[in-house]
Write a protein that binds this ligand. Structure first.
Ligand code: ATP
Ligand code: MG
Length: 377
């Protein structure tokens, strides 16, 4: 917060207004230490850039400049209202405005629409503090029109309910129920980001219950899959755990949720985790062949509690790179040319070592190899 206050003082000294805003103020009032502080000001982005030595144009078309100060980055955004969201990703146009209140009015929920001055006094035109006390997610203004402006807000309400352990205000929830089909107009990337966050939530099952209860899930890709007993899901910290849990419970493959445009790395991780979770008995080879993260997800899915790093560290080797022999050695010893046999034999040696049947020692491997190779050819 010190850095944000410093940025605010710089702006104020130059004759502008500036406040901390949004999620940081909310979290601060909840007694949590916010990760990053956003500042709103009536100074234009050009002015902000003049006033600070080091800035980055992270979102200048929306009035946001990243100010680098004391090793921190503070997002400074000019007071604005949003235009229409026709591409459903970001507003088509933003209009800079002079008053803080107008800026707060464009924000989604009352608890996200508060500002805090440098002296820590709170500007709260929409009753955000009261709703924090009541632990309520409530739209700023008329929920129907706010969700029509940006339908993602419906999913954000549901995400915040689990993140904060809050209920959704009745009128806001009724509006989500009514407007649920509008979510289909939202870019899938934005939807996925919110669902990923739901899996990070402290209370994933609360968000999922709202998702299903409001009927919003019915308008999401593979939406019926969210209808599960999420009380079994207690893990935080890895969003792929959530997606994999869903697939595992429904006995489905990653292909089923391809519409969410996962990265190749995410797809690979989830398939591997599912594959490992479906192995009945894990042995040394399982611990060797799957990564720690894959096994962490898999052990959660199949409800095995194993100290994976500890078991992994007991393995004779961690990867093929540690093998004491190479394909060249095998060719030399056998006198045979490169071919499919080579891969097969390297793998066999790897297995023997991982299972502790053979020591990772060149001489011993050679002896074993020549014996077995001549026996089999
Ligand atoms: P988190 O702690 O999860 O980051 P946050 O409140 O900071 O929560 P952000 O998505 O980072 O949420 O957005 C910052 C602020 O911008 C919000 O608090 C809210 O005031 C405003 N905001 C963000 N997205 C929207 C939206 N789609 N519609 C209206 N206001 C929004
Ligand atoms: Mg934020």
């Amino acid at each position: 917060m010190k850095t944000a206050v410093k940025a605010i003082r710089t702006l104020e000294d130059a004759g502008y207004e500036a406040y901390m805003v949004g999620g940081a103020v909310r979290d601060f009032l909840l007694g949590k230490q916010p990760d990053d502080w956003d500042v709103a000001t009536n100074a234009t982005p050009e002015k902000v850039k003049e006033l600070f030595n080091r800035t980055v144009d992270t979102g200048i078309e929306h009035g946001t400049v990243l100010v680098l100060l004391d090793g921190e980055g503070i997002e400074v955004t000019t007071f604005r209202t949003d235009g229409l969201y026709t591409d459903k990703r970001r507003p088509d146009s933003v209009e800079f405005v002079q008053s803080l209140e107008e800026d707060l009015k464009r924000r989604d929920f009352t608890i996200n629409a508060m500002a805090m001055a440098e002296d820590l006094h709170i500007i709260d035109p929409f009753g955000g503090k009261e709703d924090l006390k009541k632990r309520l997610i409530k739209a700023v203004g008329n929920p129907d029109s706010r969700f029509q402006e940006d339908a993602l807000r419906m999913l954000r309400a549901i995400r915040f309910s689990g993140q904060l352990d809050f209920e959704i205000d009745e009128e806001t929830l009724a509006s989500i129920r009514k407007q649920a089909p509008l979510i289909q107009s939202i870019a899938v990337e934005r939807i996925k980001t919110e669902i990923d966050k739901i899996f990070f939530n402290k209370n994933t099952s609360r968000s999922m219950a709202y998702l299903v209860r409001s009927g919003l899930n019915g308008y999401l890709p593979s939406g019926e899959m969210f209808n599960l007993d999420w009380s079994l899901y207690k893990e935080e910290g890895d969003h792929l755990k959530g997606w994999s849990f869903m697939l595992y419970q429904h006995e489905k493959e990653v292909e089923q949720i391809r519409e969410y445009k996962f990265s190749n790395e995410e797809k690979r991780l989830m398939s591997k985790a599912l594959e490992a979770a479906r192995i009945d008995e894990w042995n040394a080879w399982t611990f060797y062949a799957f990564s720690a993260r894959e096994l962490a997800i898999a052990s959660f899915l199949s409800k095995q509690s194993i100290d994976i790093p500890a078991v992994k560290s007991q393995l004779p080797i961690q990867s093929r790179k540690e093998l004491a022999v190479s394909g060249n050695d095998l060719m030399q010893w056998s006198g045979d040319k490169q071919g499919p046999w080579l891969k097969k034999w390297v793998e066999e040696i790897e297995r023997q070592i991982v299972f502790g049947l053979l020591q990772n020692n060149k001489e011993q491997i050679k002896e074993w190899f020549l014996h077995e190779y001549h026996r089999q050819t």
